[in-house]
Design a protein around this ligand. Structure first.
Ligand code: GLN
Length: 485
């Protein structure tokens, strides 16, 4: 490691709950302590875009009053959490990392955020991310890159870079992010924390500023598997505001994560261990797989031959949906409006030209092209067909195994600026995460040793639709094994 590190592990939910319940820690002091640390480190790491102090302190006071009266406390009472800036909070700036939403203050709360608060969480503020969640390094934020707490010369991953870095640097106990093609799992792996991709529909998307609606998911980040599981339990479940949210029962994921893995069948797909995989990442994941064997799992090869088509498929589906979703930002009703505009049509084009960054524009072009008459069948429709094949291939694999393990990213965190000149190389690096996104299945990334000079490596544990309990169980076994370099 070249420079100083900002890594600090937050206390666990269980510890903090006990301290708050018996009065040893006041929720108000805890929040104030976090704000002090944010004030000190945010200028260096650029993790928070805005703070929601008034709302946080009011909630902390409510929790302290309940504790003082000896009332039963909700599950997340007093726990300081941070929220990715693509999730709206009433009255709070919600920029999605874009200039085009500068000054926008939404009139309502995102369901997942509201559920955290109803469970007692203290909402500290809004976290930096790639513009409209498009990116893998956080360098596409209109508000500057986030720095990786393990090495501030490096990216934290993206697009939920702020959400991952906040937990890694103890600027929040846990956070929410979003994952469309890897945006929770990859930054969690780069920063050495746990990140969860819930099954599509497990968590309501109401209040998520949409990127690609058939792929977007909201999920938690935490410093350990149990806490991530607890958070998922709070935010999951049907929501009348999102017709795609699943009515399936929400399990006790934290309890499930404690069940020993002995007897579980673990699949290892050779397609995720081929060319382009960093040898040190391969070695770290190998140790994780050995730990699962030692814990009594049966490990066997599985085949996912369509993996090689996943990146082009993802970048067609995601950009097509993005081009439609981003049509609403026109400078008329909210957000940025170009002062240069003389006519209505000028206002649209100037506002969008000045308000969107280069990567977002690239995606709008790609997506509009893929959807246009004459190209639709060749690109968008074809991509949907390949998507179906990928999903079926996972279903076949899950008939034979309970979980599939892979590296989360082909390499550890790279240097800021190292890959910005080559968008296609950046896209190709999403190879291990976009498959589960297209298939709609769930996964957890868990720290699994380190590569060069202590850079975190993450193991991705995938499970079938609504198989979160199994994914948490396997991730917890890897965590408990304590894989070292
Ligand atoms: N890196 C991928 C992209 O740029 C995934 C982003 C995401 O999951 N939001 O689209």
């Amino acid at each position: 490691m070249t420079t100083e590190t900002f890594i600090e592990k937050p206390k666990t939910l269980a510890t903090l709950r006990a301290e708050i319940a018996d009065g040893r820690t006041k929720a108000a002091d805890l929040a104030a302590g976090y704000y002090q640390r944010i004030e000190k480190l945010n200028p260096r790491l650029n993790v928070y875009l805005s703070l929601t102090k008034e709302r946080a302190l009011a909630q902390a006071a409510r929790i302290d009053a309940m504790a003082a009266k000896g009332e039963p406390l909700p599950l997340l009472a007093g726990i300081p959490v941070g929220i990715k800036d693509v999730l709206v909070m009433q009255g709070a700036p919600s920029t999605a990392g874009s200039k085009i939403l500068q000054g926008y203050r939404p009139p309502y709360d995102c369901t997942a955020v509201a559920r955290l608060e109803a469970a007692g969480a203290v909402l500290l503020g809004k976290l930096n991310c790639d513009e409209f969640a498009m990116g893998s390094s956080n360098e596409n934020s209109a508000y500057g890159p986030v720095r990786n707490p393990a090495d501030p010369e490096r990216v934290p991953g993206g697009s939920s870079g702020g959400s991952a870095a906040a937990v890694a640097a103890n600027l929040a106990v846990a956070t929410l992010g979003t994952d469309t093609g890897g945006s929770i799992r990859q930054p969690a792996s780069f920063c050495g924390v746990v990140g969860v991709l819930p099954t599509y529909g497990r968590v309501s998307r109401y209040g998520l500023i949409a990127f690609a609606s058939s792929l977007d998911r909201i999920g938690p980040f935490a410093s350990n598997v149990r806490d991530a599981a607890t958070l998922l339990g709070v935010i999951a479940g049907h929501d009348p505001h999102d017709a795609t949210s699943s009515p399936a029962l929400v399990e006790d994921y934290a309890a499930a994560s404690d069940i020993p893995v002995q007897g579980l069948r673990i699949g290892v797909p050779s397609e995720y261990f081929g060319e382009g995989l960093d040898p040190e990442v391969r070695a770290a994941i190998g140790k994780g797989i050995d730990a699962l064997k030692a814990a009594g799992c049966t490990v066997k090869p599985v085949s996912l031959p369509h993996t090689k088509y996943a990146v082009p498929t993802y970048y067609l589906v995601a950009t097509a949906e993005a081009s439609a979703n981003l049509a609403r930002f026109d400078g008329v009703r909210y957000g940025y409006r170009s002062p240069k505009s003389a006519t209505l049509s000028d206002m649209y084009s100037h506002s969008r030209d000045e308000g969107f960054g280069a990567e977002v524009k690239r995606r709008i072009f790609l997506g509009t092209y893929a959807l246009s008459a004459g190209y639709y069948d060749a690109y968008y429709l074809k991509a949907q067909q390949v998507r179906r094949l990928l999903a079926e291939e996972f279903l076949r694999a899950f008939a034979e195994v309970d979980a599939i393990v892979t590296p989360t990213s082909p390499f550890p965190a790279f240097k800021i600026g190292e890959k910005t000149g080559d968008p296609v190389a950046m896209y190709l690096a999403d190879i291990y995460t976009v498959t589960a996104s297209l298939a709609g299945i769930c996964g957890v990334t868990v720290p699994c040793g380190t590569a060069r000079a202590g850079l975190p490596v993450g193991m991705q544990v995938l499970a079938r639709h609504l198989g979160e309990a199994t994914a948490f169980r396997v991730a917890r076994a890897v965590e408990t094994a304590g894989i070292q370099e």
